[in-house]
Design a protein around this ligand. Structure first.
Ligand code: HSE
Length: 404
């Protein structure tokens, strides 16, 4: 019998409980072991009557319960979650979490403790929800040098941008709809300002370069300034705007990682990812490109990823290929060392101004939308540092969006 304790009985925690109960036979068939949820810790007063009998009074009861070998953390945040996870690992218990903030902030330390204690600290559900992404990096890419990761890692913002594109909604209208449908996180800023994507790309970057990449080192720009008219320009150019989290690892192991809205060409595989779906392109030095696509959020997809980690612990213990990174801090290159094409909108449609702006950038073209008192330029590839220098010398820039 494998005894599991769940910390936090919110959306994901209750989903884990549901899967362990409803799919119990399948779980037993695939591991050869019976699995049960022995205890649940949740500080909310109104608890589900089904779980009243197994509610723990305090974390110490779980920490000191020698029968519990797997602790699932779905509390969220980095306070109680960090304290409980660390203590569970120090007690020699395996831990599975869906908490990206915890993994991003304390992952290096928790991975080290898990190794010292010869237990597992797994976090498949922390990035990409139900998409088997972290395991793919750990297993299928174990013999590869990961050169690039590029992904739509946040369902809420992808949903908002899809509504703006397909239904002509304003940013505010689309955000409101996303909130009504329960997609947005507790605070919409985490989604719309790119922080959620930033934490996720920090975790993926750490896995790719095997060193610690901190969210605070990652350039992060959200979608709150994207307007309907930007999407109209994108449509005219047969492009889509997506919030992308990207990381490239150079030959020295240094990393360029950033989060920002990107205009994507129609031939980019991420172009067709719509609604709340997530997709991630992984590029290995031998394998080339692979894309993973699926449900990046939601109760059961996320809980399913948690359960898959539990099964991996039961079946493989520490005979898995390692999913880890060291405590050494990776060197994250500043944004001005990256290169992109740029879409730039300018006020004023004076012919001389248009010519001057177009000539300022090599290989650029002018884009006009009928009836607008403005124009736009699509540049060729240029280093961000040079782009900043040139654009400083030009008047009347409304905004720019990077293009891939
Ligand atoms: N708010 C996140 C999203 C949930 O919209 O993708 C999963 O981290």
């Amino acid at each position: 019998m494998i005894n599991v304790s769940i910390l936090g009985f919110g959306t994901v925690g209750s989903g884990v409980y549901q899967i362990i109960n409803e799919n119990n036979k399948e779980l037993e068939a695939s591991t050869g072991r019976q699995i049960r949820v022995k205890s649940i810790l949740d500080n909310r007063k109104s608890v589900n009557p089904d779980i009243a009998a197994i509610l723990a009074e305090k974390f110490e009861d779980i920490e000191n319960d020698e029968e519990v070998s797997v602790v699932v953390e779905t509390i969220g945040g980095t306070e109680a979650a960090y304290d409980f996870v660390k203590r569970a690992l120090l007690k020699g218990k395996n831990v599975v979490t869906s908490n990206k903030a915890l993994v991003e902030m304390y992952g290096s330390e928790l991975l080290r403790i898990a190794k010292e204690k010869n237990v597992a600290f797994l976090f498949e559900a922390s990035v990409g929800g139900g998409i088997p992404l972290i395991r793919t990096i750990g297993d299928a890419f174990a013999g590869e040098v990961i050169k690039e990761i590029d992904g739509i890692l946040n369902g809420t913002t992808n949903y908002i941008l899809t509504c703006m594109t397909e239904e002509g909604q304003s940013f505010e209208e689309a955000l409101h709809k996303a909130q009504e449908l329960g997609y947005a996180e507790r605070t919409p800023e985490a989604d719309i300002e790119g922080y959620d994507t930033g934490r996720k790309i920090a975790i993926l970057s750490s896995l790719a370069c095997k060193k610690e990449v901190k969210f605070s080192d990652i350039y992060t720009e959200g979608i709150s300034k994207i307007e309907k008219v930007d999407l109209e320009y994108a449509k005219q150019m047969s492009m889509a705007i997506k919030l992308c989290g990207s990381a490239t690892v150079d030959d020295n192991g240094d990393i360029a990682a950033y989060v920002c809205p990107m205009m994507l060409d129609r031939d980019n595989p991420l172009y067709m990812v719509k609604g709340v779906f997530n997709a991630i392109l992984l590029e290995g030095n031998m394998l080339g490109r692979t894309m993973l696509y699926g449900s990046g959020a939601g109760k059961l997809p996320t809980a399913s990823a948690v359960v898959s980690d539990i099964l991996s612990i039961i079946k493989l213990g520490n005979n898995r290929l390692p999913i880890e990174w060291s405590e050494e801090r990776a060197k994250v290159l500043p944004m001005d060392k990256t290169s992109h094409r740029y879409f730039i909108r300018f006020k004023d449609v004076d012919d001389k101004h248009i010519t001057r702006c177009r000539r300022a950038f090599a290989d650029s073209e002018v884009i006009r939308l009928e009836g607008l008192d403005e124009f736009a330029i699509l540049t060729g590839y240029i280093r961000e540092k040079d782009f900043n220098l040139v654009s400083e010398s030009l008047n009347d820039i409304i905004k720019f969006i990077r293009v891939r």
